[in-house]
Design a protein around this ligand. Sequence first.
Ligand SMILES: *[C@@H]1O[C@H](CO)[C@@H](O)[C@H](O)[C@H]1NC(C)=O
Length: 318
Amino acid sequence: MFVYILYIFVYILHVSQCCCLGRENFIHLCNPHLEKMKEDILYHFALGTGTHDFPSLFGDVKFVCVGGSPSRMKAFIAYIAEELGLGTPGCDYPNICAGTDRYAMYKVGPVLSVSHGMGIPSISIMLHELIKLLYHAKCSDITIIRIGTSGGIGLKPGSVVITRQSVDATFKPQLEQVVLGRTVIRSTNLDEQLAKDLMQCSKEIGQFNTVIGNTMCTLDFYEGQGRLDGAICLYDEEEKLQYLKNAYESGVRNIEMESSVFAAMCNLSGLKAAVVCVTLLNRLEGDQISSPHDVLVEYQKRPQKLVGYFIKKSLGKV
Ligand SMILES: *[C@@H]1O[C@H](CO)[C@@H](O)[C@H](O)[C@H]1NC(C)=O
């Protein structure tokens, strides 16, 4: 009880400290120090305000899609270009972050597609720089969606989960982070209306099973997700299944490794955000991803299809 009250206190303290001043629909920059900097170098993008004209490069961005793998984010930009009638067939989309191999970034019209690697630390570094990029570019009315892969719980493989709440490995809707040696708790709220709009899009497409459910965000792929097939595992199958069943009962429908910090950082920055992940397997039935390659490739296209349709519809092109 005491710990819980302490958590709430720390949370309120945190929120009240945050200087999220900003006009509605613009990026809320939660860092007063940035205003004093003459130049801002986005090191892991190999971009900087001293060398690149952010408003002219990115000022028209309205939709940002992020996902783990660079090649998937490149495939997404080609797909969305075609869908929006902005592409020329066979056209190659240059990587805007070609000066580094940390992340890859592609743009067509109002859509920006960025890779974030695996896990909370990797996506968090990317999001710090992405949010500053959107701020420096004076972007407004941004919708940001993570499109990814995940392990499902109690769902047919290939189902798509739109995240209601991102929860941690103890099923709490929060992100714990240590800042200056103190643990801060950040809320992992996502945009409810956006989740509903995406669900409606899935109904209109009618090609695959889609649910709205909680997404558990873990710090690891093996022990952290109760797998029995890692290099280290000191629990048995029964304990594993009990954990996954508890997760299911608390509302969790899939497991991945980025949604909590994505939700927390987007919320603090005033970005309308959603997480859309396909499930590659049902974790109640196994640990290894053993479906044939072409089946997995098709599964991975489902979040792209759903979000592609949503963007098209938002732009009045459906
Ligand atoms: C952030 O979360 C709060 C609730 O804690 C919510 O009222 C607000 O609309 C959220 N902001 C965005 C941009 O989603």
